[in-house]
Design a binder for this molecule. Structure first.
Ligand code: ADP
Length: 582
């Protein structure tokens, strides 16, 4: 996808970032060109010193040079500082800006984007790829402009003193250009694959760190080790390819230059040339030619940096160009009453063939509790994801208080829901801040009140630092039940009109479950609730229970009615009941 993007539009787009720093960039160019001009000028002074001063035993020029040499080098240093510092400053600003843009973009991209992109790769884009762009921004431009100007300066000096000898360089110029263009194509391909391998590496590390316990329990170390070794090695190989391309191009260009030098030496030895050639001119031309090698070499290696940067730009822009969640909803909503309607809803997950929900219709009245039961994979969580518009449906309509949800502004829509799921997400912060997360005004008394209702207070009181205890990454320092209770307290504080409980009580011991069930019941009061339930015992009091199978509602009714029907629900029920008695 990225490799299809030509460099030119990429570079033009990169220039947009540079535009903001126009003045600074102009100063940097002055610095770089000034530096190159001084260097070229120094070499142009070889001829007068050799021919006029040394050759004619007139040492006045030498003395003058002695006075000037230090000030000239001071000026050279200043120009160098100007060029290098300002360019790095611009580069660092561009990295910062791109990082911020990516970070912000990630938050606004639809859930389907995150479903399809490994988080390691996304992290690597923010950390690594943006840094590569700065490589293009500062290093490439620095070399391109400064060394480019130096090459031009040296050529000017050479032509000024002897155009015949200098012509040789013009002849090999096009050959150099051809080599550079072949090599640069190769650089881009390899650089892109390095980025991908960096993304893969990050993913591997991330998975093992996140899934550390699973790896330990299943003895997955060998497998992970060899997988990582493979990826690590692949990354190294790609880097080596870049090195090979770079070294080969540098060497071949140097050999070409040496051919030119050999020709110059030969021509100089010809009788017709020898007459017009003074020692000063000869030395100046040969020295300039030798001096040309270094900037020429740098100009070709800078291309690798530049191509790396462009490949990184492509990777960054590819995400920045992704469409964010569609939010055409005009309707601003403060607080819904909580009526939910699904009207013949059919939904396919992106890029899937079979619908996750097929023609689903139901309606939940204000303040009612509806329970969804069914085998795993039947589509229960999908229903809750659609309510919050994590995905958009293809057919039918979902309405809240009779308003189609796509007409409601997304931020307003999501404010209407409090979600407590089996996967509690806590931030690496204090318990207090985790409860208060997402609440607009943090009122300490209300946070404590919510904590009390959710039975958070019980265990917090036993912690030495109380509510100021840091929970660790994703609440690792707490038990499952404790995390769950914090999530419930968060939902209580949020006080949203609709509550979604997604298997909130699964995998908890009876003691925690009793407390949590109690907390949940308090939370459900006066609220519309959609409860995705694994344990049927927790939903017996629901107003309606819907049994979902393969994306369709196959039974609907309250507990007693469904039991009496002797259908799927009663089967599930007797299954769990007998399991419970074992
Ligand atoms: P449940 O909550 O009942 O266990 P889900 O609603 O999570 O089931 O899943 C319903 C179906 O949709 C499953 O077949 C599952 O494989 C599929 N599914 C769930 N999430 C995604 C996704 N992000 N992308 C593609 N398919 C998905």
């Amino acid at each position: 996808m990225n490799s299809a993007l030509p460099t030119q539009p990429l570079f033009r787009r990169f220039l947009v970032y540079l535009k903001e720093f126009k003045l600074a960039f102009f100063m940097a160019i002055i610095g770089m060109i000034g530096y190159a001009a001084i260097d070229s000028w120094i070499f142009s002074q070889l001829q007068p010193i050799i021919d006029n001063s040394l050759g004619k035993q007139n040492y006045e020029t030498l003395r003058t040079a002695a006075y000037f040499v230090v000030p000239i080098f001071i000026a050279r240093g200043l120009f160098n500082f100007l060029g290098t510092y300002i360019l790095s400053w611009i580069g660092s600003n561009i990295v910062m800006k791109m990082r911020q843009q990516l970070f912000e973009k990630y938050m606004y991209l639809p859930v389907s984007f995150h479903d399809n992109n490994a988080s390691g790769g996304l992290i690597s884009k923010v950390i690594y790829d943006t840094e590569q762009v700065s490589g293009a921004g500062s290093k490439a431009l620095l070399t391109l402009i400064r060394e480019g100007a130096f090459v031009i300066g040296l050529l000017a000096v050479m032509f000024y003193y002897s155009w015949q000898l200098s012509l040789v360089f013009i002849l090999i110029g096009p050959v150099v250009a051809i080599i550079v263009s072949i090599v640069s194509k190769r650089f881009r391909i390899v650089s892109k694959s390095i980025q991908q391998t960096m993304g893969n590496l990050t993913s591997s590390v991330e998975q093992v760190i996140k899934g550390h316990k699973v790896v330990l329990m299943f003895g997955g170390q060998q497998q992970e080790k060899s997988r990582f070794r493979e990826r690590n090695n692949h990354n190294r190989q790609q880097n080596m390819k870049l090195v090979v391309a770079r070294v080969l191009s540098v060497s071949s260009i140097q050999v070409l230059a040496s051919v030119a030098l050999a020709v110059v030496l030969y021509i100089s030895s010809l009788p017709s040339m020898v007459e017009g050639l003074t020692p000063g001119i000869f030395t100046t031309v040969v020295v300039c030619m030798t001096m040309l090698l270094k900037p020429l070499k740098q100009l070709t290696t800078v291309n690798s940096e530049f191509q790396k940067g462009m490949a990184a730009c492509a990777s960054v822009f590819e995400v920045l160009d992704r469409e964010i969640e569609i939010d055409n909803g005009q309707e601003r909503i403060n607080r819904l009453k909580g009526k939910i309607e699904f009207d013949n809803v059919t939904f396919y997950y992106p890029e899937t063939e079979t619908p996750a929900l097929k023609d689903v219709s139901f309606s939940v009245g204000e303040g009612q509790t509806y329970a969804l039961v069914g085998r795993s994979g039947s589509g229960k969580s999908t229903i809750s994801s659609l309510l919050t518009r994590f995905y958009n449906i293809q057919q039918g309509q979902i309405r809240l208080d009779d308003i189609p949800i796509e007409n409601i502004k997304l931020t307003d829509l999501r404010k209407q829901f409090a979600l407590v799921s089996q996967h509690v997400t806590l931030f690496n912060d204090t318990i207090f801040n985790n409860i208060a997360y997402a609440s607009e005004q943090v009122d300490e008394a209300r946070v404590l009140e919510a904590a009390k209702i959710a039975h958070v207070q019980e265990f917090v009181n036993q912690l030495p630092e109380g509510f100021n205890t840091m929970v660790g990454e994703n609440g690792l320092k707490l038990s499952g039940g404790q995390r769950q209770r914090i999530a419930i307290a968060r939902a209580i504080l949020l006080d949203a009109p609709i509550l979604i409980l997604d298997e909130a009580t699964s995998a908890l011991d009876t003691e925690s479950e009793r407390l949590i069930q109690d907390a949940l019941e308090k939370l459900q009061q006066d609220r519309t609730s959609i409860v995705v339930a694994h344990r049927l015992s927790t939903i017996e009091n629901a107003d309606q229970i819907m049994v979902i199978e393969q994306g369709q509602i196959i039974e609907k009714g309250d507990h007693q009615t469904l039991l009496a029907q002797q259908g799927a629900y009663s089967q599930l029920h007797s299954l769990q009941f007998s399991e419970g008695n074992k």
